[in-house]
Ligand binder design. Structure first.
Ligand code: SAM
Length: 504
């Protein structure tokens, strides 16, 4: 009973701390009597003997997870995300390093005689502490196991020094936040927040007009459950800590939320589509961008979604139906085979072609030069085809590749042919505080967006936007910069009303 009381009090402490924006940082576990690992280092430990101080939660929970992992109770990722320690990034870093170096860690512990001379020492905790000591230099703490471990620490470090690799074995994408796009075709933003509150999530408030993008990224880095944020740039996008499993949630099952990375939302976000626009999505399946386009248009305009692969086309059709994107017509066709003159009203085209996907993985070097060249040539042809549609005013090109061959080089090749009719819009004006743009070895590089997986906390992506230079039929052409809509355009009365009336 006493333990329960203690726990409650400390969880409360954790909440206050979170609201004050500070969470645990890597390599700074906390300990203290009865803590849940969220107190201040050493807080409450002064004058107390090591027996009365608890093992920091990071180490304790890491030992529990390691044991389960060895018993094959789940993958490391699943065990971490279903565990009690909510700073998943820190836990992931520690345990992936441990698993990667486990042989070296175990041998060093054996050579130190720790488990022989201290038979009651938890062997999993020994591995966790040894990994921490080897990667961070030492283990800090006053609890009994750490005090004992420190007697063996130097020997363990000396034995494993040459065989231990402190390089993070974590895949960058595993540490990305969980992005959740509100599907405004199914539910209003207000209703989604209300349901999240019922599901015990807490919205962490901040003011994007006051806070810098860097401050926001710091928040994202330190985000732990049950907290979530509204994205700094995209108001209908929510940011949760990595790996939150939404698959069984009411909102997900109702298609009121879509698990879509921030990078994948950017092409639609920077486009100039309006409610009544006429849009073509040239490479549409599985339809994440298509349904976002339909949501932006509040199902008022017309979207043609093209997909050449039959299986993927079937998925696309299903997704569009589930997500209530009723303004979309799907075509199971190769975009090359469409005759541009048969689409005289299409004004906006999205080209999000197959690519190396090198932005979504750390194994960039696994893609051969030949494959990249082949992809680039297909991407170039697709993009040129899009620019040849008679009424097209805007073409958004995007890839989840980090290679310039699939990005800036494609743009350069296409511009060589189309520079008299089209220019690139300066996308820097669309995202406040953004720092990552195309390669500066290209004259237009700074007009294209790139995302950096480690800094922007979303998958590696590239976006370029072509806008037609000539004035359209009878109307004055906007400049490329004007084409990029305001960051927070005022909502029309009609828009507000129709969004409010949507119920889950
Ligand atoms: N835009 C999609 C989304 O956000 O969900 C992802 C598109 S995925 C990167 C590329 C898609 O383009 C694949 O489904 C692929 O089959 C399709 N595709 C590739 N070449 C195509 C072509 N010539 N015509 C139509 N679809 C094509």
């Amino acid at each position: 009973m006493a333990v329960k009381k203690n726990r409650k009090a400390k969880l409360g402490d954790g909440e206050i701390e979170q609201k004050g924006k500070m969470q645990q940082k890597e390599g700074q576990p906390t300990e203290g009597k009865g803590t849940e690992g969220k107190g201040t280092e050493g807080k409450g430990t002064e004058g107390k003997g090591p027996h009365s101080i608890r093992v920091p939660q990071l180490y304790k929970q890491a030992s529990v997870i390691l044991k389960k992992y060895e018993n094959k109770e789940g993958s490391l990722k699943t065990l971490i995300y279903s565990g009690k320690y909510t700073n998943y990034g820190v836990m992931f870093g520690l345990l992936t390093k441990l698993v990667k170096n486990q042989e070296a860690v175990k041998s060093a512990i054996a050579a130190s005689n720790l488990l022989v001379e201290q038979p009651s020492f938890d062997p999993h905790l020994a591995q966790v502490l040894a990994t921490q000591a080897l990667s961070k230099g030492s283990v800090v703490g006053k609890c009994k196991p750490i005090v004992v471990f420190k007697e063996y620490e130097e020997k363990i470090k000396a034995t494993a020094a040459n065989s231990f690799s402190a390089k993070a074995a974590v895949k960058d994408k595993d540490l990305l936040p969980r992005y959740v796009r509100i599907n405004t075709l199914v539910s209003s933003v207000t209703d989604v927040h209300a349901q999240l509150k019922k599901d015990r999530f807490i919205l962490q408030d901040y003011d994007p007009s006051v806070e810098s993008y860097d401050d926001f990224l710091e928040r994202v880095k330190n985000l732990v459950t049950p907290y979530y944020l509204v994205d700094y740039h995209i108001p209908e996008l929510l940011v949760f800590p990595p790996g939150i499993p939404f698959w069984n949630s009411f909102l997900y099952k109702k298609n009121a939320i879509i698990l879509q990375d921030k990078a994948s939302c950017l092409p639609v976000f920077v486009s100039d589509i309006q409610e009544t626009s006429n849009v073509l999505d040239a490479c549409a399946a599985p339809g994440n961008k298509t349904s976002y386009i339909a949501a932006k248009m509040n199902n008022q305009g017309k979207v043609i979604a093209v997909e050449n692969d039959l299986k993927r086309f079937e998925t696309l059709v299903k997704m569009i139906r589930f997500r209530r994107a009723s303004c979309v017509t799907s075509l199971n066709k190769d975009f090359f085979t469409l005759k541009p003159d048969n689409f005289p009203n299409v004004e906006h085209i999205f080209v999000d072609p197959s690519c190396s996907s090198s932005g979504t993985t750390v194994h960039n070097d696994e893609v051969s030069k030949e494959r990249i060249a082949k992809l680039a040539s297909l991407q170039t042809i697709l993009l040129k085809r899009a620019l040849s549609f008679p009424s097209v005013k805007e073409v958004i090109y995007s890839t989840c590749s980090v290679y310039k061959e699939e990005n800036e080089q494609v743009i350069e090749d296409v511009l060589t042919q189309y520079h008299e009719e089209f220019e690139l819009a300066d996308l820097a004006t669309c995202l406040k505080g953004w720092k990552h743009f195309g390669h500066d070895t290209y004259s237009f590089g700074n007009k294209c967006l790139r995302t950096d997986i480690n800094i922007d906390k979303c998958t590696g992506f590239f976006v370029a936007k072509f806008v037609r230079k000539q004035a359209g039929k009878g109307e004055k052409r906007k400049s490329a910069d004007e084409e990029c809509h305001d960051l927070n355009p005022p909502k029309s009365k009609k828009e507000k009303k129709s969004k409010k009336s949507k119920k889950l």
